[in-house]
Design a protein around this ligand. Structure first.
Ligand code: AHG
Ligand code: MN
Ligand code: MN
Length: 330
């Protein structure tokens, strides 16, 4: 991570996106989409911070497509993202954890470059009631015009993502973003209402004796994961688990270690969603020099999706720590 105090250039997310847009030869379309994600994050950060004052904590009373209880803020965050992205010309299709079907914004005229945006509007929402960290995760793909149905153009493997990121609403609001050339971090300065770049080309530590998973499920993990945990505990590893993927992955990115959601009796294919949780996190972690696997022999980003809401096993983090897990699974 580099931030040379003698060279304190102030770069906002907006200027960063405009600087980079030359790489995409899309007349700034991606920069426009990032600006929609930026304004959404500022609105959501504000709503999350005021949640109890505005009486928007707790369940909305409905279940989402995953059969999970929607929190009021899941619905609010989803609406904010749909409203900001819906205005952007360059967005062809939007898909969200909270909507069963992709929300098709518009079909493009031939020859136009358009993007698909997939997101988890509020990740870790059950942490809201206890003022724990929550986040937004997003993945951006170019629309694949080879497919007949617009919806099908979403079903691309993660290696085709052109950008991915998350926003963590914690003590600070921080965005991690990759446009395929490393990972940069931006901190929201509430006084000026802008995300300011605070780190460029972040590298995940190569190793750190720390694992992050829901150990309450240990008895129903496949035996390899149980052996890994025995090994890690015998080797003085620390256990860290916030229960919100964005918070757990952010810590893993900065401090190293391994984050996992293995198969369990309740979720035999893993719990986390491939397209708007695992893929964007995998792109960020790989761009920072780490590893992100769906199995000992497959990268998350190589999984070919058949459903926008499909789940995957996740093993990601420092290269050496992912290798230790894989050794025990074989
Ligand atoms: P969401 O709130 O978007 O449904 O995601 C919750 C996810 C993820 O954030 C976290 O890593 C995982 O669920 C935690 O699951 P367990 O409670 O089963 O550990
Ligand atoms: Mn989530
Ligand atoms: Mn969510």
């Amino acid at each position: 991570m580099t931030r040379d105090p003698a060279h304190l250039e102030i770069v906002t997310l907006q200027s960063h996106a405009l600087q980079q847009h030359a790489c995409f030869s899309d007349n700034g379309t991606l920069a426009w989409i990032l600006s929609a994600l930026s304004i959404s994050s500022k609105i959501i950060a504000n709503k999350v911070r005021r949640a109890q004052l505005d009486d928007v904590l707790g369940a909305a009373g409905a279940e989402n497509v995953q059969g999970e209880q929607q929190q009021k803020l899941d619905v609010i965050a989803n609406d904010v993202l749909l409203r900001t992205l819906g205005e952007r010309e360059g967005v062809a299709i939007v898909a969200s954890e909270e909507n069963e079907e992709p929300v098709i914004i518009r079909n493009q005229a031939q020859g136009e470059r358009k993007y698909c945006v997939l997101f988890d509007p509020l990740d870790g929402s059950s942490n809201l009631d206890v003022c724990g960290g929550v986040g937004t995760i997003f993945s951006i793909l170019l629309q694949d015009r080879r497919s007949g149905k617009p919806e099908d153009s979403l079903l691309q493997p993660g290696v085709r993502q052109v950008a991915a990121g998350y926003v963590l609403y914690g003590p600070s609001t921080v965005m991690a973003l990759t446009l395929g050339q490393g990972v940069d971090l931006f901190l929201l300065d509430p006084a000026i209402g802008a995300f300011v770049r605070v780190a460029e080309k972040v590298r995940i530590p190569k190793a750190n004796k720390s694992y992050s998973l829901n150990e309450g499920n240990r008895l129903t993990f496949p035996v390899g994961y149980q052996k890994y945990l025995d090994w890690a505990q015998a080797n003085n590893y620390s256990s860290r688990y916030a229960g919100a993927m964005v918070a757990d992955v952010h810590r893993t990115l900065l401090k190293g270690g391994v984050f996992m959601y293995p198969p369990t009796a309740k979720a035999p294919n893993g719990k986390l969603r491939l397209m708007y949780e695992a893929n964007p996190m995998a792109m960020l972690i790989e761009q920072a020099g780490g590893k992100a696997l769906a199995s000992p022999t497959q990268r998350i980003m190589e999984v070919v999706p058949t459903d926008i809401h499909q789940r995957t096993v996740v093993i990601l983090g420092s290269g050496d720590e992912v290798d230790h897990v894989v050794k025990h699974l074989q």
